[in-house]
Each structure stands twice: as structure tokens, then as C-alpha cells.
Write a protein that binds this ligand. Structure first.
Ligand code: SF4
Length: 75
């Protein structure tokens, strides 16, 4: 399992909920209806990356913590 850094650009989050639907053990909405990471290892890597891809505003950035490579959004 890769160590992923998950960064949420909160101003970009529109509370669409796609990330939570896809990876409910990793993401949640806080009381301000902005996504937060509840557990960076809550779902497997592919599911977390899929959740980031499902965000309509690209508010979730995923970085490989070992290499520093940005996995999503693709650069
Ligand atoms: S999918 Fe994107 S816009 Fe929707 S809750 Fe998650 S971070 Fe926010």
C-alpha cells in the first residue's frame, strides 16, 4: 500500500458528496459542509484515488508521500 497524502482544497469543495459516496471511510463533510479526511487509510488506495477523480471541482489532490509525485489531478 502506497502512503498517500490527501489534500482537500476546501474553498473548491461544493459539498457534492461524491468523494464520500466513493470512499466513506476516508472522507466526510464537516459542519461547514466542506470535505475533510477522517482517515487517510480508511479505504484502499485505488478507492481513494477514484474518490478524488469523482470530485466535480477537482478539490482533492493526491500525492504519493514517498516520491512526492502528484497522482491526481494529472499534471
Ligand atoms: S467530491 Fe469534491 S466537492 Fe464533493 S464533497 Fe468531495 S471534495 Fe467536496
Amino acid at each position: 500500500m502506497t502512503q498517500l497524502n490527501i489534500i482537500i482544497n476546501r474553498p473548491k469543495c461544493i459539498a457534492a458528496g461524491n468523494c464520500i459516496e466513493t470512499a466513506p471511510e476516508t472522507f466526510a463533510l464537516d459542519e461547514r459542509s466542506k470535505a475533510i479526511v477522517t482517515n487517510p487509510e480508511g479505504n484502499d488506495d485505488d478507492t481513494i484515488i477514484e474518490a478524488a477523480r469523482s470530485c466535480p471541482t477537482d478539490a482533492i489532490t493526491i500525492i504519493d508521500a514517498e516520491t512526492g509525485e502528484q497522482i491526481w489531478p494529472e499534471e
